[in-house]
Design a protein around this ligand. Structure first.
Ligand SMILES: Nc1ncnc2c1ncn2[C@@H]1O[C@H](COP(=O)(O)OP(=O)(O)O)[C@@H](O)[C@H]1O
Ligand SMILES: [Mg+2]
Length: 403
């Protein structure tokens, strides 16, 4: 495998070259000791399989995007100061596989390059998609403008409603890689496997592996849980998430992602792949302030207005900040609302049972059903579906007894 190290600092380039060359004899490493933005082409001499580049200036970033577009087959490992989310997203779109924070120890750089090399050598690609492209699952992502806004609660309940008691196959993927709890909202069984386990076996990822890593919490609802141990979340990369979501799209009718609160490479990757991104907030100032920031991020990512939806959770009439205030502040025209219902939501969360089963006729359950219908047209609410013979026999839909 051919690697070019591009850095304007010759000593540093040499240190990286020698660390890489001694780590693996099959790597042929060359140095291009010049700033990235003065590099006209990657192919002077022969084209490398992978480049290691240090980002020094904003001009370097533009040059990187240009070179990556010319040579999409070349893998990129980037050494850079922390990138703002929109830059990170652009870098990933340009094909950057790993971003290593500067200043970097040669050993950390070697580890990043080895990860890319291993992936490249990975065995057979995942088995072919089960569905034709036009039938790929719709992907819905829920993101919290601020912790506690209700994103997980809503994602879990929408996933449950969209499955329509097993008529559809729905994946719920928990990308709160630290302290993810989506599984608990739908039943407290502990997952044997999780996002980090799947990421660790990414070279073998296929439909079978993904399916078996998911827990079926109710008919049609398959949850890929977050790792139990927060430290394992760090092992999951944007490329892993891309592979997992792509594959899930071929296996399910709808993919629901709980993207949590953090804007990281992993969550941005998920948002990018989503057909619809629902930002969840409440009508108090801290939420609105963070909502505005999120709105800016969406803009800088180039998301069309139709891609994003704004969801005011725990809405109460007569709140100090009105829906109109929110529309004005965020510069949006449409806002969806879900009413506040502390008792029912707490009962659902404490029992690990979806709202539709704890309090099926409450205003919150009806609003969740409306939301599910908006997000995936054609979804029927539990009340509209013919009742099962068992229920007809016992007449039972009363709280908490239907499981
Ligand atoms: N519409 C609602 N009315 C009352 N309580 C709610 C509502 N939605 C969510 N909650 C409560 O808020 C808590 C936090 O929600 P959660 O989904 O964990 O937030 P996030 O994932 O955004 O951090 C939940 O435990 C739930 O009990
Ligand atoms: Mg959450």
């Amino acid at each position: 495998m051919k690697i070019k190290v591009i850095s304007p600092i010759p000593l540093q380039a040499e240190a990286w070259r020698s660390a890489l060359a001694t780590s693996d004899r099959t790597l042929q490493v060359e140095i291009l000791a010049q700033p990235l933005d003065q590099l006209a082409s990657l192919a002077n001499g022969s084209l490398p399989d992978l480049i290691v580049v240090e980002l020094v200036s904003g001009r370097d970033f533009d040059a990187l995007e240009r070179l990556a577009a010319q040579h999409p087959e070349v893998e990129v490992v980037l050494v850079s100061d922390a990138l703002p989310p929109e830059r990170l997203m652009r870098a990933m779109r340009a094909g950057v596989r790993e971003v290593v924070p500067a200043p970097v120890e040669p050993a950390a750089l070697v580890a990043a390059v080895q990860r890319v090399v291993r992936k490249r050598h990975a065995a057979a690609p995942p088995s072919p998609p089960a569905r034709p492209a036009q039938e790929l699952a719709r992907v819905l992502a829920f993101i919290s403008c601020k912790g506690g806004s209700g994103a997980t609660f809503i994602a879990a309940n929408v996933a449950h409603l969209l499955a329509e008691g097993g008529r559809r196959r729905v994946a719920l993927i928990d990308l709160n890689l630290q302290f993810g709890d989506a599984l608990l909202f739908l039943g407290s069984t502990r997952a044997g496997s999780d996002v980090a386990t799947v990421a660790a076996s990414i070279d073998r990822l296929d439909r079978q592996l993904l399916q078996s890593a998911m827990i079926v919490v109710s008919p049609g609802v398959h949850v890929l849980a977050a790792p139990d141990d927060p430290s394992r979340g760090g092992e999951v990369t944007p490329a892993h998430v891309e592979a997992i979501v792509q594959l899930a799209r071929t296996l399910f009718d709808v993919v629901v992602i709980d993207a949590g609160r953090a804007l990281t490479g992993v969550t941005l990757q998920a948002l990018d792949q989503a057909d619809r991104v629902c930002a969840v907030l409440q009508l108090t100032l801290p939420f609105v302030r963070d909502g505005r920031r999120l709105r800016e991020v969406f803009r800088s990512l180039g998301y069309a207005d139709g891609k994003t939806a704004w969801l005011v959770n725990r809405h109460e009439k007569g709140s100090q900040i009105s829906l109109d205030d929110l529309r004005r502040t965020l510069g949006i025209t449409e806002v969806l609302t879900l009413p506040n219902d502390y008792m029912a939501a707490a009962a659902s969360v404490n029992q690990g049972v979806p709202m539709a089963e704890v309090a099926s006729s409450s205003a919150l359950s009806r609003a969740l059903a409306d939301l599910a219908r908006q997000l995936v047209p054609g979804t029927t609410s539990p009340a509209e579906r013919p009742r099962s013979w068992l229920r007809q026999l016992f007449g039972g839909t009363s709280a908490g007894t239907s499981r």
